[in-house]
Design a protein around this ligand. Structure first.
Ligand SMILES: *Cc1c(COP(=O)(O)O)cnc(C)c1O
Length: 483
């Protein structure tokens, strides 16, 4: 790769900026700052401001992003992040706050957070929201801790959670983290939950059902209300993974479907930037009977002032060191205000329209295992290419040569050689058509010249990587190289 590490670009004595001469008496920092925070020997690189800018700009150009090209990574909702959100997050009144400021000095920020909570409660049909969780999976953890607290309070002995095999991968992982055993529920031939399988596994030990809806096939469960009802009949709670709310927002609500707990991904549906592990937000909504268990502090309004309520006896406790990833929340709030009720409804209408448009076209070229209307995404199978010795992975790599990000591949696992495509609502028909053309061209190449796929990508900064080694033995430490 052409770009060296910043440490290798460092030139001794180079300065990014210089301070004017001191015009106040000098003080010894050690008198004011605990010694453990003073580290003079840190081997930081020395560079000019311009060289820093160029280094990071060059690095950014090695990567794909939503601002560069189409990014149909299924389940991840890589849509356009309106720049007005960025402007709002940069307002000094928001950007310069400190998380430990006294509440009298952050009344406006608390009002914004409270209003965002109320908006999300209305959007989801829930009674109360916490904005604390820092991501979707963190929201799942929080929701499941709430579920556990509920059963503990009732003296219920529950050990298992049901999860359909079409759920998101984080669902079973989160259950294991809170110590629940996962009961896998099969899908039926239409891609929904196999209700007979669910009934046969229902019993007094079931703490709840955790369902991704629409599921990872992009399909809305046709029996969603009945599923909730069945699980409630054994005093289980129902958890709605609403990370991809762009499929239903404004049209229906988890609260109205009978769900007790829901999490949302603001960094997906509500257009705050994500990827590369950047900050996200995974608010959790609950119905009245679970409100007392929400993480503290809670934001209260007494008609005059906003306060932070920390003495919540039944709360599962804080799940983050502050009220949430604040500037991410500002961005999401701006998005909600700019769109308004009708706008948010259109977001999901267009997300669903775009996905169905592409699905109808691409099913002529690739296998479509579940052929019914999808919501925000759909799943194709690349198994038909096996006769040319080509796999889904090769299609994904070849797409990079056309300037597209690949779809999510090999997930969900219930579809052989799967490709999970989520166009999002922010793409034009022209872009969707271009992508479909590339997919069709790749399918032709697979038959006529399969090596084009096998050798792809050829136009990216790096060629095909050894993904197993990259994931299992990552070498990310510059200073102490492992032996
Ligand atoms: C993205 C996603 C998650 C996890 O969200 P993170 O913010 O990545 O932790 C959970 N469930 C579904 C359905 C998702 O699409």
């Amino acid at each position: 790769m052409a770009e060296p590490l910043i440490f290798d670009l460092s030139k001794d004595g180079c300065r990014g900026f210089t301070l004017p001469a001191l015009d106040v008496p000098e003080v010894d920092p050690a008198d004011h700052i605990p010694a453990r925070f003073l580290r003079e020997e840190l081997p930081l690189p020395s560079m000019s401001e311009l060289d820093v800018v160029r280094h990071f700009t060059r690095l950014s150009r090695l990567n794909h992003s939503v601002d560069i090209g189409f990014y149909p990574l299924g389940s991840c909702t890589m849509k356009y992040n309106p720049k007005v959100n960025e402007n709002m997050a940069r307002l000094p009144g928001f950007a310069n706050l400190h998380p430990q400021q006294p509440e009298e000095s952050v009344q406006g920020a608390l009002q914004m957070l409270k209003t965002l909570e109320e908006s999300l409660a209305e959007i989801t049909g829930m009674d109360a929201i916490t904005l604390q969780p820092a991501a979707g999976a963190h929201g799942e953890l929080t929701g499941l801790l709430i579920m556990k607290a509920y059963h503990r309070k009732k003296g219920n002995h529950k050990t298992k959670i049901m999860i359909p095999d079409s759920g998101h991968g984080t669902n079973p992982a989160s259950c294991s983290m809170v110590g629940y055993e996962v009961v896998n529920i099969k899908s039926d031939p239409r891609g929904g939950v196999d209700i007979e399988d669910l009934k046969s596994k229902l019993g007094p030990d079931i703490a709840g059902l955790m369902i991704t809806n629409p599921n990872t096939l992009g399909l809305f469960d046709e029996n969603i209300g009945e599923l909730a009802h069945l699980v409630h009949s054994v005093d289980g709670l129902v958890y709605y993974d609403g990370a991809n709310l762009n499929a239903i927002m404004g049209w229906t609500r988890p609260g109205d479907m009978g769900f007790d707990i829901v999490h949302l991904n603001l960094h997906k549906t509500f257009s705050t930037p994500h990827g590369g592990g950047g900050p996200g937000a995974g608010p959790v909504g609950v119905k009245k009977h679970l409100e007392a268990f929400l993480p503290n502090p809670r934001i209260q309004f007494d008609g005059k002032k906003y306060r932070l309520q920390t003495k919540c006896r039944e709360s599962v406790g804080p799940v983050l060191g502050s009220l949430g990833n604040f500037l991410v929340l500002v961005r999401a709030f701006a998005y909600i205000l700019v769109n308004g009720r009708e706008g948010l409804k259109n977001v999901s209408a267009y997300a669903v329209l775009n996905a169905n448009y592409m699905m109808q076209r691409l099913k002529k070229t690739f296998d479509l295992p579940y052929d019914r209307f999808c919501k925000h995404e759909f799943v194709l199978s690349g198994k038909g290419l096996a006769r040319h010795g080509v796999k889904t992975l090769d299609v994904a790599k070849r797409l990079l040569d056309f300037g597209f990000h690949a779809p999510t591949v090999y997930f969900p696992m219930i579809v052989e050689e799967s490709m999970m495509i989520e166009p999002t609502e922010t793409e034009s028909k022209g872009t969707l058509d271009c992508f479909c053309e590339a997919m069709e061209m790749i399918a032709r190449e697979a038959a006529e010249n399969p090596d084009n796929l096998k050798n792809a990508p050829t136009k990216t900064p790096v060629r095909r990587l050894d993904e197993a080694t990259a994931a299992r033995k990552p070498d990310i430490n510059y200073f102490q190289k492992p032996e």
